[in-house]
Every structure is written in C-alpha cells, then in structure tokens.
Design a protein around this ligand. Structure first.
Ligand SMILES: Cc1cc2nc3c(=O)[nH]c(=O)nc-3n(C[C@H](O)[C@H](O)[C@H](O)COP(=O)(O)O)c2cc1C
Length: 154
C-alpha cells in the first residue's frame, strides 16, 4: 500500500486540517496518510519511507502559510527528485498559491494539486458570519480522497 505524509499548517478555522483528517479516513485501507502539523514547529519525521510528500495550508494574503513556504525553501535540496502533492483551502478555492509554492521546488515531481473552499471570517466577512460557512464539507473530503487515490495509483 502506498504511503504519503502531509505537512500542513491550518490555523484560521482548522479548515485544512479537517479536510485532511476527513480524506485520510476515506483513504483507509487504500493509501496510508500520515499528517504532521508544522504550526508549532513540530519535528518532521524521516521522509525517506514515503512515496510522496504533501504540503497543505489555507491561503493567507494570496500565499500558502509561511511555515510551509519556509519548510520548502529550507529543504529544496532534500525535496529534489521527490514526488509532491499540494492541498489548499481558501476563500476562492483556486490553485494559484500552490502553483507559486511548487515553483520553489523545480526539482520535484508535482503529482497534483487539490483546492477547495474553506470557511473564512477574515476582515469584514466576520460581520456576516463569514463566507463558505460549511466548507470543507463531506463532498470536498471525498473529492480530496479520490484525488489522492487516483494520483497515488499512477
Ligand atoms: C489572514 C487571512 C488572509 C486570507 N487571505 C486569503 C486570500 O488571499 N485568498 C483566499 O482565497 N482566501 C484567503 N483567506 C481565507 C482562508 O484561506 C480560508 O479561510 C482557509 O480555509 C483557512 O484555512 P485554515 O482554517 O486551515 O487556516 C484568508 C484568511 C485569513 C485569516
């Protein structure tokens, strides 16, 4: 069975963490997914036994989290030749921030990117209870799980 690890940072509403936890349950028995939060500068385990390394966060001011970007920048050499995946939750649900992060590791093989919307109460959105209130939802988790299973089957 293929095994991946996802290094993530999720602090606004834990949207990205919820997405990852939900999809890793759905992948049980098909792909093993270990999760490692970089938020509190936790130690990253040895990555050598993983078939792919995932990076995941919300999008903040158009970028993936500083913790993720710093990790990528500091480990460019170690990530050379590795297969990588990206995940993000955001207000827009687009892939732009992940593409910019992927550009930092041209020596890696980007297997794919998964984006979905996440609950956002930043700034004026708070006054109305935020946008994308129930996201990520069950359907997003299933789509993320399908993305992982398809990508890792290749
Ligand atoms: C400080 C801040 C800045 C944000 N900037 C963006 C942005 O530039 N584009 C966007 O689509 N969403 C933006 N969002 C919304 C978050 O990306 C979204 O809520 C995301 O799901 C948060 O993920 P998390 O709960 O895992 O931290 C921002 C949210 C915060 C708190």
């Amino acid at each position: 069975m293929k095994k991946i690890i996802v290094l993530y940072d999720s602090w606004h509403h834990n949207n990205t963490e919820k997405l990852l936890q939900g999809c890793s349950k759905k992948c049980q028995g098909k792909v093993t997914i270990d999760l490692c939060s970089l938020h509190d500068d936790n130690a990253v385990p040895d990555l050598s036994s993983y078939d792919a390394i995932g990076f995941a966060s919300g999008v903040y001011a158009g970028r993936m989290s500083d913790k993720i970007l710093t990790y990528i920048k500091d480990n460019q050499t170690a990530l050379t030749g590795r297969s990588v995946l990206f995940f993000s939750t955001s207000s827009s649900g687009n892939t732009k921030a992940m593409k910019n992060a992927a550009d930092m590791i041209p020596g890696s093989t980007v297997k794919g990117m998964f984006a979905c919307r996440g609950w956002n109460t930043f700034g004026p959105f708070k006054l109305f209870g935020g946008t994308n209130k129930n996201c990520p939802n069950e359907a997003d988790m299933q789509k993320a799980a399908d993305f992982i299973m398809e990508t890792m089957a290749e």
